[in-house]
Structure formats: structure tokens, C-alpha cells
Design a protein around this ligand. Structure first.
Ligand code: NAD
Length: 475
């Protein structure tokens, strides 16, 4: 460890570590400080995404999907098995193995780029001095020409429903259950609530989700949200809308919840409760007085369009700044900042950031919803095509869902693409690229799509926008 660096990044998650790597690629001397500690006390780079979020949840989601398919689809394929048993310990071990491989991979990447990966706490002092407290509690003062804050976010706690780490848990705790809860309560039908609710429901839990708002997925296109609600209901998820939780008491056997909705006060008994009502920027003990870094009223670090904070040569990226809390948004911001520090062009196109919800079926979109386009006053056309007649979807036994493409009436520009269905998170990449290249519906129409693939549904949706779909009814 040196005393002086060109760049110090505080936070080694999906926003911080790519910033460090890109800065090193530009020939800068770099340190990346990260304080992540796992339940077993081990330390790792990768932040929430790799250790406690995207990666472990997808590992479990895949396992739960296989259980579901074995129980409900194998027979249709002519495959018979005995009773399908779930070995949760083995499932959790596989998940932990994936996390370990990936977080270890980041440590290797830091090393191979000659970055000092410092495990411990970082704190910004005035004049670009960073205090680094190592795992033994010893504090070191490091100087940097540029500091990048990438400390991420942390779950919000409801005052009336305190986490106890046992029966009432956050999204991380919900990935560590050692037994499948018989009755699982979830507060919040947001991205995390729906993803985790899906996982445990497929593994056998009776899942009740309480959501304060009157509609599901308000940020998604209305048709997609409606289809999602239909599918989730069909799968047995009990989603209670307009249900505001007022309290929860954990006992030896379970959790007793109280909530109110339009019909009055109710109680609900569950074995375990996951609280996922959003996340807040994580800036605890990060900034000493006098750094000049401004926070907004919600605690986000204030930045301009290029992630510059109000302090000279201090930058901030990822969940700790405005915008959607998405790993890939943070990664692009981290890379942009490192490029800008090196005096090279850097830019993030905030209008074309894909969102993916990893439920089954998956939900993904990019660009504007129909409501947003309508409110903008721009004339538009729509192509909506279901997966049901698609040959690949049929072979996969995953025919639920649709692709909806919205394009401008005047110049044919693609304004938004919304998918609910198999591999939606993969399919959306084509729409993202088309929009990034300022493509129009006709560009997608004239692009050859392999047959039989799920991507043909996106192709047909582009055709349907001009009433030219071959395999779907043109409305
Ligand atoms: P969220 O904001 O997506 O959803 C929280 C939900 O909780 C909201 O619908 C809200 O109305 C509801 N709620 C709040 N208080 C409530 C109460 N007292 N009773 C009942 N309902 C209540 O938040 P999240 O699901 O916790 O996710 C946090 C962040 O992490 C989000 O920004 C999300 O985009 C991000 N994330 C993204 C992914 C992904 O991209 N696949 C995965 C996980 C998390």
C-alpha cells in the first residue's frame, strides 16, 4: 500500500471496481477500498450485487425454476422422475460457490490490473485525503488526485417492523434461509419482493405479498404489469394491493403482522417475513465535515450529468447517486468517470438503460412506457405480439407473455420496448442496441432473425407496429 494514488475508489461493487479497473487501464495508480463483510466474517469485493443481491438471487431463482419444471413440466416432455425433493443445503452451497468464484474473480482482476484492493473502511476527509481503516482497526491517511465514491445502498427499515436477522429479514437474509418457510410474508411488491417471492413460492412456500400501492409495478408499462399480475396470481402468489403494514411482532414460532387496507385492519401470521420496501444510499460515516460533498434531502450524493460531486476531483457513481439502483447503470457510470479522469470522452445514455425483473416469466424493458409516450404528446404506433405462437417458446413450454414495441408515428424511432416472457432479460439487449444506435422500427423489421428463436417475437412486434406481422394478428 502506497500513501498516494492517482485514483482512490471507495466501494468495490459493480460501480466501484469497474471504475478502478478502467482507471488502471489508463495507467493511473489506483486503490479500491471495500468494507463488505459476509455473515461468516469473511471479506469480499463485489458489493451487494455479487455477495447478497443479483448473483445469489439468480442462482436460487434458477434452482427454484428447475424444481418447478421438474414438478410441473417434465411429465409433459415424457420424462418421469420419482418425487422431486429439494435439498436446500445443497442449493445454498451451489449458490455460495458461484458467489465465491465471482468475488474471487474480482480480486484477481484487481491484482492483475495492479490495483491495491484494500479491505476495510474508507472515509473521505477534506482536500482529497482518504482515511483507510484496515480490518485490525488501524487508520491510514492516503492522498489521491481523484476520489470516486461508490458506496452503494442499503435496505430501508420500516420503523414498526424492525429486522431481527432471524424471522424478520432484509433481502440478504432472505437468500440465506436454511429451511423453506411454510408461510412466507413479504412486505413490498417491488422488484425484490417479486423476485424473492417467486423463488420461495417455487420452492414450496405459501407466499403473501403486502403492497401499499394500489397497483403492481407502477414503473413498468401498464399492459406488462397487468400480464405480470395475471401470471403471478396463476402461480399462487397472494399479492394484496393497497395493504399498508402497520406493525409486526416476531415470536418463537413466527411473525404476527398487522396491516390496513380499504376494508379495515387485518392480521397475518407467517413463519418468516421479508421486508423489501426499497433501498437508500449508503453514506454512513463516509464524509467528514469540510469535504464539500453535498447530499440531497434523501441522502444521495449530489452529482452532475457526468457524476462530478460539488467537491473538486471527487466523483460519485452507482446507487449512492440519483437514478435507478441498477448494477449496470453503476458500472457504466464508473467506467465513464475513469475515462473522464483520464481526459478521454465519457458518457452514459440515461435514456437507454434496460430494466430486468427476474421473476418467472421475466420482465424487461427499455425506453418509455406507453403512458410516458402519451403524456409527451408524441404520436405513436404500437406492435404487440404474444409468445404463444412462437415455435421456440412452445418447445420451451414457456408461451406466456408478449413483446410490446412503441415507435414514433412521425420518424419511426423506437421509443420503448417491453417484454414479459421467457428470457426477457436476454431479449431486451437487442432493443437496447437498436435504441442506442437510434434505430427505428423498420431497422428491426429488416434485420434477419434466426429461426426458431425467441427473438423472432421482437422482430414480429416491430413488424406489427406497421401492421405487417406475418405470424400474428395485426390490430
Ligand atoms: P422497490 O422500490 O422496487 O419496491 C418497494 C415496494 O415496497 C414499493 O412498491 C412500495 O410501494 C412498497 N412499500 C413501501 N412501504 C410499504 C409498506 N409499509 N407496506 C407495504 N408496501 C410498502 O424496492 P425493492 O424491491 O426493495 O428494491 C430496491 C432497489 O433495488 C430498487 O431500486 C430496485 O430497482 C433495485 N433492485 C433491482 C433488481 C433488478 O434490477 N433485477 C433486483 C433487486 C433490486
Amino acid at each position: 500500500m502506497k500513501n498516494e494514488y492517482d485514483v482512490i475508489v471507495i466501494g468495490g461493487g459493480p460501480a466501484g471496481y469497474p471504475a478502478a479497473i478502467r482507471a488502471a487501464q489508463h495507467g493511473r495508480s489506483v486503490a479500491c477500498i471495500d468494507d463488505w463483510q459476509n455473515y461468516d466474517g469473511s471479506r469480499a469485493f463485489g458489493g451487494t450485487c455479487l455477495n447478497a443481491g443479483c448473483i445469489p438471487s439468480k442462482a436460487l431463482l434458477e434452482s427454484s425454476e428447475l424444481v418447478h419444471r421438474a414438478q410441473h413440466e417434465f411429465a409433459t416432455h415424457g420424462i418421469s422422475t420419482g418425487k422431486v425433493e429439494v435439498d436446500l443445503a445443497a442449493m445454498q452451497k451451489r449458490k455460495a460457490g458461484i458467489v465465491k468464484q465471482l468475488t474471487g474473480g474480482i480480486e484477481m482482476l484487481l491484482k492483475s490490473n495492479r490495483i491495491d484492493g484494500l479491505k476495510g473502511r474508507g472515509r473521505l476527509l477534506p482536500d482529497n485525503v482518504v482515511q483507510y481503516t484496515d480490518p485490525d482497526g488501524k487508520a491510514h491517511e492516503l492522498k489521491a488526485a481523484h476520489v470516486v465514491l461508490a458506496t452503494g445502498s442499503t435496505p430501508i427499515e420500516i420503523p414498526a417492523v424492525k429486522f431481527d436477522g432471524e424471522r424478520i429479514v432484509d433481502s440478504w437474509g432472505a437468500l440465506e434461509f436454511d429451511a423453506v418457510p411454510e408461510r412466507l410474508g413479504v412486505i413490498g411488491a417491488g422488484v425484490i419482493g417479486l423476485e424473492l417471492g417467486s423463488v420461495w413460492s417455487r420452492l414450496g412456500s405459501e407466499v403473501t405479498i403486502l403492497e401499499a400501492m394500489d397497483s403492481l409495478l407502477p414503473m413498468a408499462d401498464e399492459n406488462i404489469a397487468r400480464e405480470a399480475q395475471k401470471q403471478f396470481k396463476r402461480q399462487g402468489l397472494d399479492i394484496r394491493l393497497g395493504a399498508k403494514v402497520t406493525g409486526a411482532k416476531a415470536g418463537k414460532k413466527g411473525v404476527s403482522l398487522s396491516y390496513e387496507d380499504g376494508k379495515g385492519e387485518h392480521t397475518l401470521e407467517v413463519d418468516r417475513l421479508i421486508v423489501c420496501v426499497g433501498r437508500r444510499p449508503y453514506t454512513e460515516a463516509l464524509l467528514e465535515d469540510g469535504t464539500g460533498v453535498e447530499l440531497d434531502e434523501r441522502g444521495f450524493v449530489v452529482v452532475d450529468g457526468h457524476c462530478r460531486t460539488s467537491a473538486k476531483n471527487v466523483w460519485a457513481v452507482g446507487d449512492v447517486v440519483r437514478g435507478p439502483m441498477l448494477a449496470h447503470k453503476g458500472t457504466e457510470e464508473g467506467v465513464m468517470v475513469a475515462d473522464l479522469i483520464a481526459g478521454e470522452p465519457g458518457h452514459v445514455n440515461y435514456d437507454v438503460i434496460p430494466s430486468v425483473i427476474y421473476t418467472a416469466p421475466e420482465i424487461a424493458w427499455v425506453g418509455q412506457t406507453e403512458r410516458e409516450v402519451k403524456d409527451s404528446g408524441r404520436a405513436y404506433k404500437i406492435g404487440t405480439v404474444p409468445f404463444a405462437p412462437n415455435g421456440r417458446a412452445k418447445a420451451l413450454e414457456q408461451t406466456a407473455g408478449m413483446v410490446k414495441l412503441i415507435a414514433a408515428e412521425d420518424d419511426d424511432a423506437i421509443l420503448g420496448v417491453h417484454v414479459i416472457g421467457p428470457m426477457a432479460g436476454e431479449l431486451i439487449a437487442e432493443a437496447v442496441l437498436a435504441m442506442e444506435y437510434q434505430g427505428c422500427a423498420e431497422d428491426l423489421q429488416r434485420t434477419v432473425h434466426a429461426h426458431p428463436t425467441l427473438a423472432e417475437v421482437l422482430h414480429e412486434a416491430a413488424l406489427a407496429a406497421d401492421k405487417r406481422a406475418i405470424h400474428a394478428v395485426n390490430r
